[in-house]
Design a protein around this ligand. Structure first.
Ligand SMILES: Cc1cc2nc3c(=O)[nH]c(=O)nc-3n(C[C@H](O)[C@H](O)[C@H](O)COP(=O)(O)OP(=O)(O)OC[C@H]3O[C@@H](n4cnc5c(N)ncnc54)[C@H](O)[C@@H]3O)c2cc1C
Length: 422
């Protein structure tokens, strides 16, 4: 996505400056352009090359359960300190993570969990139709697959727990059903027969190539008039009538309003705007296997191991696991090996991965994103912290941010996502 039209160091002005060109920043830019605003978008990296590139591609409107819950709390010591568990912690990062972990602990109690579930259910409610509409608009309809999605349970005990989980989700309005091993085999004949079975979300959609969708989104907003400037936002200064942002290449952007959508890198920028947000990162990984023929028709999540197997264009992507470990760019070979051992349990003949990837989920202890005006007003607006469901939530977040900027009524109540809740 090399951009020959990217602008050079200078001083610029626009109605809105969007910081961060991930799925969040680009979708917000698209929505603001549609509302008639002039938009400058800044990012030191190629648009769409962060977490938005390497995810599992699921539009997971069924994912109403927060990461923290009473069940996670019960197993927390084992989960955090067993190197092979789906949720692990980098010991080197333990000290800096402590404030986040303490909040996560309290958000895992039953009352807090219930509130987080309800907030997530509200914001996820129409994620799929919003994605379909966005894909249509940006010319990415052929990259949306409507084939449903699975959670796999490898043994009868986890299948029984799955039944309770799906019964609860059904009570929250999500269409899900349990499948026996035989029913699962009929839908996915290449999967080995397992003792437990699966939960099936038949209405779920997924993106068969998130990177390609990011490219189309960027091309669309560029053609619609967004000005992309490849540099990092460093300093945010309020002035009368707007905000002045100094970039790493020493250029300056003045805008009436600024949206901070820098994913896992947003915390220090929000602090400059006056808010201390407990944003950290859950590192996640993927392995890819180039394949002439797909092994699966739809994403399947190995539930107890915490990874998705996703059929993507020309390849199988194995994506997931949670590693609490800060923004260090060094991947853990152990996590990659664990993911590889996990996929080999389902497809032992896969050989070596064609490529690997590490990405940073922007995570808040209560699993709710921050979609909010800053403490001092809507001259600075936040749109980050979407954790495991940022791809899913991008179009609805963009609609909420657009309403915040314009002072209109938001399509989803903003209260649950306020920066001032901490
Ligand atoms: C393994 C894995 C699997 C996942 N699977 C799914 C899934 O199936 N479904 C789903 O909904 N979600 C999934 N997610 C989560 C989803 O990918 C993220 O929540 C989402 O991509 C976050 O988007 P973002 O735009 O906020 O962040 P990013 O995509 O990370 O974008 C942030 C951008 O900000 C830029 N930036 C950083 N600092 C600055 C600065 N100072 N100035 C300007 N720009 C800056 C970065 O360069 C980056 O381009 C998954 C994540 C992982 C890691």
């Amino acid at each position: 996505m090399n951009d020959s039209t990217a602008t050079s160091a200078s001083s610029k002005e626009a109605d809105i400056l969007v910081i961060g060109a991930g799925v969040m920043g680009m979708t917000i830019a698209q929505r603001l352009l549609e509302a008639g605003r002039s938009v400058i978008l800044v990012d030191p990296s190629e648009p769409g090359s962060g977490a938005s590139y390497g995810n599992a591609g699921t539009i997971a409107d069924y994912a109403i359960m927060p990461v923290g819950s009473p069940a996670v709390l019960r197993n927390l010591p084992a989960l955090l300190f067993d190197k092979n568990s789906p949720l692990s912690i980098r010991r080197a990062a333990l000290f800096t993570l402590a404030p986040w972990l303490i909040r996560f602990f309290f958000q895992s109690f039953p009352g807090a969990t219930q509130g987080n579930i309800q907030a997530l259910a509200n914001i996820l409610a129409d994620a799929a139709p919003r994605w379909r509409a966005l894909a249509e608009q940006i010319g990415a309809r052929s990259l949306v697959r409507a084939r449903g999605c699975f959670y796999l349970y490898d043994d009868p005990a986890s299948f029984d727990r799955g039944k309770q989980d799906i019964a609860f989700r059904r009570s929250m309005g999500i269409n899900g059903e349990m499948l026996s091993p035989q029913e699962l085999s009929q839908l996915e004949p290449n999967l080995p027969e397992i003792d437990g079975g699966a939960a099936y979300f038949p209405d779920a959609i997924f993106l068969s190539d998130p990177g390609q969708v990011m490219t189309r989104l960027y091309q669309f907003i560029q053609a619609a008039g967004v000005e992309f400037h490849q540099s990092a936002a460093l300093r945010i200064e309020r002035q009368s009538g707007g905000v002045r942002v100094v970039l790493a290449d020493k250029s300056v952007v003045r805008a009436r309003q600024v949206v901070i959508a820098a994913g896992a890198h947003s915390r220090d920028l929000a602090k400059q705007a006056g808010d201390r947000i407990p944003l950290d990162t859950e590192r996640g990984y993927h392995l890819e296997y180039d394949l002439a023929e797909p092994l699966l028709q739809r994403p399947a999540c190995a539930n107890t191991q915490g990874f998705y197997m996703c059929p993507m264009t020309g390849r199988l992507r194995v994506a997931g696991t949670v590693e609490l470990g800060g923004l260090s760019p060094t991947p853990s070979q152990h996590r990659l090996d664990t993911l590889e051992r996990g996929i080999k349990q389902y497809f032992p003949d896969l050989g070596k991965p064609s490529r690997t990837w590490l990405g940073f989920r922007p995570s808040i202890p209560d699993s709710r994103p921050v979609i909010s005006a800053s403490r001092s007003g809507n001259d600075v607006v936040y749109a980050f912290g979407h954790g495991h469901i940022g791809l899913t939530l991008a179009p609805v977040t963009a609609a909420m941010v657009s309403a915040l900027i314009a002072g209109d009524t938001s399509p989803v109540s903003l209260e649950d996502f306020s920066a001032q809740r901490f």
